[in-house]
Design a protein around this ligand. Structure first.
Ligand code: SF4
Length: 235
């Protein structure tokens, strides 16, 4: 028997994680990246905490929510790291739910198996290829992310690309460089997310001493409007 999905947590109700849908969020355990601003350090290790729900407990929960929720969002951690996600998505679909996915795009082969069964994807792009190792603490992952993006660009369902920006990682000029690089791809919906301080993975990210100014970010969005008519800011 194949291993069950390792679950790190469950949020029973959200309308934000799959925009405009009533959903729950299943947080999967394990992520190969080490972003300094990560707010889910407890999900990075492969081993789930003893108090985390099992996949069978999640399925029991979903059976009790069949007429109440529209969708299940898999988030992480990095959900596509686990081979068990493929079966988990099929089980959720069999219960009548739509399935949405948050991913950093690190496992494009698994993504290609999953895409026909998903309704929506939020793809996190962390940096231009040369800055991936600086921001995520892992070399040689950018090519996989670009492969995932290219799959989404020919997928015929809605998705968004999110850029999570922490002032420790980015100057405004570097945000501009990232937008310039991405302008080579016809991404329909791009969102700038400003990373929070607080309980981040790396202590130097916890205190934000030089926050982005909303006025400057809005100016950047305005200046990029010719490339990015659907660029928005999520704070
Ligand atoms: S923020 Fe980075 S390290 Fe944290 S779960 Fe997401 S991809 Fe992994």
């Amino acid at each position: 028997m194949s291993a069950a999905l390792r679950v790190g947590g469950l949020t029973p109700l959200t309308s934000l994680d799959y925009p405009d849908h009533l959903a729950c969020v299943v947080f999967t355990q394990g992520c190969p990246l080490r972003c300094g601003y990560c707010h889910n350090p407890h999900l990075l290790d492969q081993q789930a905490a003893a108090e985390a729900p099992s996949w069978n407990q999640v399925l029991d929960f979903l059976q009790r929510r069949q007429q109440l929720l529209e969708a299940v969002v898999f988030s992480g951690g990095e959900p596509t790291q686990q081979a068990a996600l493929v079966d988990a998505v099929a089980q959720v679909r069999a219960l009548g739910f739509q399935v949405a996915l948050h991913t950093a795009g690190l496992y494009p082969q698994r993504l290609s198996i999953l895409l026909p069964h998903l309704s929506w994807v939020g793809l996190d792009i962390k940096a231009t290829p040369e800055r991936y190792p600086i921001i995520c603490g892992r070399p040689r992952v950018a090519a996989q992310v670009v492969n995932s993006l290219e799959q989404l660009l020919i997928w015929e369902r809605p998705f968004e690309v999110r850029l999570t920006l922490h002032p420790k990682d980015y100057t405004l000029a570097q945000v501009g460089d990232l937008l310039d690089w991405l302008s080579h791809y016809p991404i329909p919906h791009l969102v700038l997310q400003i990373a929070r301080g607080g309980s981040c993975l790396r202590p130097e990210y916890q205190q934000i001493t030089t926050p982005f100014s909303t006025a400057e970010l809005n100016q950047l969005i305005q200046d990029s409007a010719h490339h990015w008519p659907r660029l928005s800011l999520r704070t």
